[in-house]
Design a protein around this ligand. Structure first.
Ligand SMILES: [Zn+2]
Length: 350
């Protein structure tokens, strides 16, 4: 089991910001990249040593066990405990959003898929808010969630989009299940799975159908001066932002525009646009609540034991087709919708 160190803002976006001539934009980006590099190394060390960040869960199954900490703008984790499970909301909206986001993630996995927390065994959910100063990111370090406040110029408070919280925690679910290698196509599938469940957590919380959902990742995170609506779009990959400072959203929507790159772990946050688009097409073709049918099929693949750590898009796609058939039957609408969606994005289902 290898935890993924995924920051919601990928390095290629921060690299671009770090090159800005305006120090108000470049300084927070550079500091964030330095922090991310440090945390990535530190995470590896704690993983090797197996140091537990949290005590074993209490006995009660099927209920979340959340703890929110405040880093008070420093970088020591986890920081000062500010809210435990069942505590009343306090004055800090950031703390309350983090608490609610962890709860929403727990709820979707439990109520839609019968999964007790991200490890399936009631893992306590810990999060730290107000991490560092002007920190432009949020991440799951294999043990807990961490949120920055953003620099206020490009990024706002990272607890604002609930799908960002869901995306990061879903990396934990992948870590405990298929454990997809974080490079190239399996890495893009790892990112894709997190975007799928991140978006489904938002849709579940808002009670939205596939047609009503925005299918964006990180809506509400970009400051008003940025020309863009979110970090990524599952509906129309490549259209989330097009900005003087941030550059243009590099995601392809189909295999025709697949990006070959050594950056970003072989484009894990870039080529994830292709399976993201396929999921959106399948879910909207089926209609209704996306977590019930399309989400169930993807969850079955993730947890079914057949998905290999180094799976390529075509192997993953073939497994979704088998999972649709196994759960909904040969000749079912679900099977047809899933097979057609992969065809539309140019991924063969073997
Ligand atoms: Zn990620």
């Amino acid at each position: 089991m290898t935890p993924v160190f995924c920051t919601i803002v990928p390095p290629h976006v921060l690299d671009k910001l770090a090159q800005s001539e305006d120090p108000a934009l470049s300084r927070p980006a550079r500091q964030t990249l330095q922090r991310d590099a440090y945390e990535r190394t530190h995470r590896r060390l704690t993983t090797v040593l197996g140091a537990p960040a949290t005590p074993p869960p209490p006995a009660a199954a099927g209920t979340p066990h959340r703890t929110i900490y405040d880093a008070q703008h420093k970088t020591t984790l986890p920081g000062k405990k500010v809210r435990g499970e069942g505590d009343e909301p306090g004055k800090d909206a950031t703390v309350n959003r983090a608490y609610a986001g962890l709860g929403a993630t727990f709820d979707l996995f439990l109520k839609a898929y019968g999964r007790d927390s991200i490890d399936g065994s009631g893992l306590p959910l810990d999060a730290t808010v107000h991490y560092d100063e002007q920190y432009n990111n949020a991440f799951w370090n294999g043990e807990q969630m961490v949120f920055g406040d953003g620099d206020g110029e490009i990024f706002l408070d990272f607890t604002i989009p609930i799908d960002v919280i869901g995306h990061e925690l879903a990396h934990g679910v992948t870590q405990y299940t298929a454990n997809l290698t974080y490079f190239g196509q399996p890495g893009a599938l790892n990112e894709h799975v997190s975007d799928v469940f991140g978006s489904l957590i938002k849709q579940y919380t808002l009670g939205q159908t596939a047609a009503e959902a925005d299918w964006l990742i990180g809506a509400g995170l970009l400051a008003p001066r940025v020309s863009g609506v979110a970090l990524r779009s599952m509906k129309a990959p490549g259209t989330a932002y097009d900005d003087d400072v941030l550059g243009k959203d590099p995601q392809p929507a189909t295999m025709e525009d697949y990006v070959r790159t050594g950056r970003d772990n072989g484009g894990v946050h870039i080529n994830s646009g292709i399976p993201n688009h396929a999921f959106h097409l399948a879910a909207t073709a089926l209609g209704g609540h996306a977590w019930e049918r399309a989400g169930q099929i993807w969850y079955d693949v993730l947890t079914g034991g057949e998905l290999k750590e180094d799976a390529m898009f075509a192997e993953f796609a073939a497994l979704t087709v088998s999972a649709a058939k196994a759960r909904f039957g040969d000749g079912s609408d679900e099977l047809r919708a899933v097979a057609k969606a992969w065809e539309q994005v140019g991924v063969r289902t073997l």
